[in-house]
Design a protein around this ligand. Structure first.
Ligand code: G
Ligand code: G
Ligand code: MN
Ligand code: NA
Length: 256
């Protein structure tokens, strides 16, 4: 694949950039932080989304240096927001996606600590997102680094939750602090009143999450109808086009 071929040079040549999508507290609509989403500004193909190159980077192992670059860049950015007092009294957080391959990397914990210390960002201002599927597949050895980071105060989010067929009892053994409800659930709440079964399913997941002391973030909120229903169902935070699309870091202060 020719894109695969050009990944290393693209990383050296700084062709990647990050957009940030706001995360909003549902209770009062305030800005809580943002998810870092990487893009590739390809000299010939234009801007490529992560779905075009993350799987390739995973396959070749380049995801490790690329992921490290995203982490350093996003942490540095969060630090700038905090220094400039954006988001008011509560310090803004940044969410960074981790690929399964990065979970297996022996230096994940050291690298993450080093990046946080270098920038001077408190660990609690960083949240690492790992897909539910990757988490379920992880064995104790692979969960240990996440647990170490969680013990330091780093948030761990179960991304795309509800698509991975978790054994629900299994959730107890995961070092997660947040469950990110997949946007397929949000889509079920497009109309009001929504299908009562769809409502009950979300209600059940939120209740289970809160019992396990996990906060719930909903993905893919596109309308006020969805936002209102998800807030009433007890979801804690939200992300989606209704609030803001992913954008450059300069746009975050006025995003919400
Ligand atoms: O909004 P967007 O099309 O950028 O996101 C598509 C997918 O790409 C999301 O599921 C997100 O988890 C993933 N993604 C975005 N940025 C990164 C990244 O830096 N690392 C990894 N591993 N995945 C990412
Ligand atoms: O990590 P994750 O898969 O959740 O990455 C977010 C992905 O979802 C990105 O591709 C982002 O552009 C996309 N996205 C963010 N908000 C919305 C939304 O409100 N609706 C839809 N359809 N996609 C969204
Ligand atoms: Mn994500
Ligand atoms: Na996701």
């Amino acid at each position: 694949h020719h894109l695969t071929h050009h990944l290393p040079a693209a990383l050296r040549g700084a062709e990647f950039f990050i957009e940030y999508q706001p995360l909003v507290k549902m209770r009062d609509g305030s800005l809580e932080g943002a998810e870092a989403l990487v893009r590739w500004s390809h000299p010939r193909h234009g801007v490529l989304g992560p779905d075009r190159f993350i799987p390739l980077a995973e396959h070749t192992g380049l995801i490790v240096p690329l992921g490290r670059w995203v982490l350093r860049e996003a942490v540095r950015q969060a630090c700038q927001w905090q220094v400039r007092g954006i988001g008011g009294a509560r310090p803004l957080k940044v969410n960074v996606n981790l690929s399964p391959r990065q979970l297996h990397h022996p230096e994940l914990v050291e690298d993450t600590i080093a990046v946080l210390e270098e920038a001077g960002l408190p660990p609690s201002s960083l949240c690492l997102e790992v897909t539910e599927t990757a988490m379920i597949r992880a064995d104790e050895n692979e969960l240990r680094p996440l647990r170490q980071l969680a013990d330091l105060g780093v948030g761990i989010a179960l991304d795309d939750f509800g698509t991975g067929y978790s054994n629900l009892a299994n959730l107890r053994r995961l070092p997660a602090s947040t469950l990110k409800l997949d946007r397929s659930f949000t889509q079920g709440l497009q109309r009001a009143p929504a299908d009562p079964v769809d409502l009950k399913i979300v209600e059940g997941i939120v209740s289970l999450a809160h019992t396990l002391e996990l906060s719930v973030t909903v993905e893919g909120v596109e309308t006020s109808t969805q936002a209102d229903q998800l807030r009433d169902l007890g979801c804690d935070s939200a992300q989606g086009w209704y609030y803001a699309r992913p954008g450059p870091p300069e746009r975050l202060p006025e995003a919400v």
